[in-house]
Design a protein around this ligand. Structure first.
Ligand code: BG6
Length: 485
């Protein structure tokens, strides 16, 4: 048998990924309006449940808008990237980044979401960020919507449940395409578009308690996002002919818990539920298997004439995923349950887990990449992967994060093998290259970065940046195009 040595393609992008609401801060500066993420309060660990951290209802909004609230909203503070972007980008450049993913905070550009004209100060901020990236030849990968639906759209329309939001989104997309047409080639429409079905407020600015039928509302909202994404793709190709639009999925791949065919069937179903989102984006139509799900759940998606044609005509150019873990499917819900990204899972006895219980499965990413490439035959960009962990700062200021290096090394090894299997890969972006506010728990102590940020869960700290051991490790990975792991 001939030994095969897999390697990364020459033009493979290396870098990191962030979201505006988790890094920028300055939530009320430069004319920015409120966005969904600005309402997520910090809840101390002993009071936290999946429900109170992931979903917001009208009462919480009312409280946060009134003076009776003493809560902290860490996503309003971020890590002050708004003022420190030059320093942070210089550190990314020092690691050798060739790509950096960030989101434009929609409410910086259209403060209420439905405004007639864009906010120049917001547009200027992203011009500054893009100029800084260009200085170091770092390719920007820009997400249009990363859980930042302007609150004005929630107030006026209850978010994406209303069709009107499509037009507001397309206007926003068109505005930034025109403004940044010479600076940005790669775009992503909705971060983890599957979020809207898990947390409708986070993913779509929808307050479920205002809806008679929340299940119907979230799938209707999702349909509007699909159409909006396709229309944004159309605009992108008109305004930036060489521009590429990607969709983004939190890929939650499921293995059967046992070889029982019933478990195998359940895993297949769970995988379909997850791949449904990329199926629509990439194949340009709703998959047949969803018809049964919609009937069984009394969901009746209201489509306008022409919607199906729009989806068909403007599919995405590439696929992007976040991958943190794998999950198990079983028909009998017994067994130990563990935490996970967006949803919990049964515990897999073959896998270790992070400090937050997320199951670490490097081989799983190779499985996912092969599966998705087989299914769509479109290039894949891994735009999120990483380990959230507690870090300890030594007396001399150093941070020995071998656990993070170990996690990333094992995943990158498997991604390289996937490239060797023939999967067309565009790049790898580690999530949170600089410590940022956690999406699910709003903690700072859940750290992903190569760069440490001096700030704790209560908001104390100097915000000073420092290099962890993983910073130097990732630098050599990039320098060697993934050969020195
Ligand atoms: C992804 C999100 O689901 O996971 C990010 O796109 C998020 O916004 C990341 O930060 C990690 O999740 P968490 O909850 O650990 O921040």
């Amino acid at each position: 048998m001939t030994q095969y040595k897999a390697k990364f393609p020459e033009n493979f992008y290396w870098g990191g990924a962030t979201a505006a609401n988790q890094i920028e801060g300055a939530f009320d500066k430069g004319g920015k309006g409120l966005s969904a993420a600005d309402f997520v309060e910090y809840i101390p660990k002993d009071q936290r449940t999946k429900d109170n951290t992931m979903e917001i209802m009208s009462e919480q909004i009312r409280k946060s808008l009134s003076s009776e609230s003493s809560a902290r909203y860490p996503k309003r503070e971020g890590i002050d990237f708004y003022h420190r972007y030059k320093e942070d980008i210089a550190l990314f450049a020092e690691m050798g980044f060739t790509a950096f993913r960030f989101s434009i905070n929609w409410s910086r550009i259209f403060p209420k979401g439905y405004d007639e004209t864009p906010n120049e100060a917001g547009l200027q901020f992203y011009d500054n960020v893009l100029n800084e990236l260009a200085k170091y030849n770092i390719e920007p990968i820009v997400t249009l919507a990363h859980y930042e639906t302007p609150y004005g759209l929630t107030e006026k329309y209850n978010g994406w449940v209303s069709r009107e939001v499509i037009d507001h989104f397309v206007r926003y997309a068109e505005t930034v395409f025109i403004r940044y047409k010479d600076k940005v080639k790669y775009w992503i429409s909705f971060n983890e578009i599957n979020m809207i079905t898990i947390s409708p407020f986070t993913g779509g600015g929808i307050l479920s308690d205002k809806e008679e039928d929340p299940m119907q509302a979230k799938y209707q909202g999702l349909h509007h996002q699909f159409v909006a994404s396709a229309l944004a793709t159309k605009k992108l190709h008109e305004i930036i002919p060489h521009g590429k639009m990607g969709c983004m999925l939190a890929r939650m791949s499921h293995y059967p818990y046992t070889p029982n065919p019933e478990d195998v069937l359940k895993a297949q179903k769970d995988n379909q539920d997850n791949l449904f989102f990329t199926d629509v984006h990439a194949r340009g139509k709703y998959p047949k298997y969803m018809e049964r799900f919609f009937i069984e759940n009394d969901i009746n998606i209201v489509k306008e004439t022409g919607d199906d044609k729009i989806l068909k005509q403007y599919p995405v150019d590439y696929i992007t995923i976040s991958y943190y873990m794998s999950m198990l499917s079983s028909i009998s819900p017994e067994g130990e349950v563990t935490e996970g990204n967006l949803m919990n899972s049964l515990k897999n006895p073959y896998l270790e887990a992070s400090d937050w219980g997320w199951q670490i499965d490097p081989v799983g990413i190779r499985v996912v990449l092969n599966d998705m490439y087989d299914r769509y035959e479109l290039p894949i960009f891994i735009v999120e992967n990483g380990l959230g962990a507690y870090d300890r700062v030594e007396e001399d200021g150093s941070i020995h994060d071998n656990y993070r290096i170990d996690y990333l090394r094992k995943h990158i090894e498997q991604i390289k093998e996937a490239a060797g299997d023939g999967v067309e890969l565009m790049g790898y972006l580690a999530w949170g290259p600089i410590d940022l506010v956690s999406m699910s728990t709003s903690e700072m102590s859940k750290r992903y970065g190569f760069i440490y940020v001096d700030k704790d869960d209560e908001g104390n700290g100097t915000l000073e940046r420092s290099r962890k051991d993983s910073f130097y490790w990732y630098k050599q990975v990039i320098e060697s195009n993934g050969e020195k792991l």
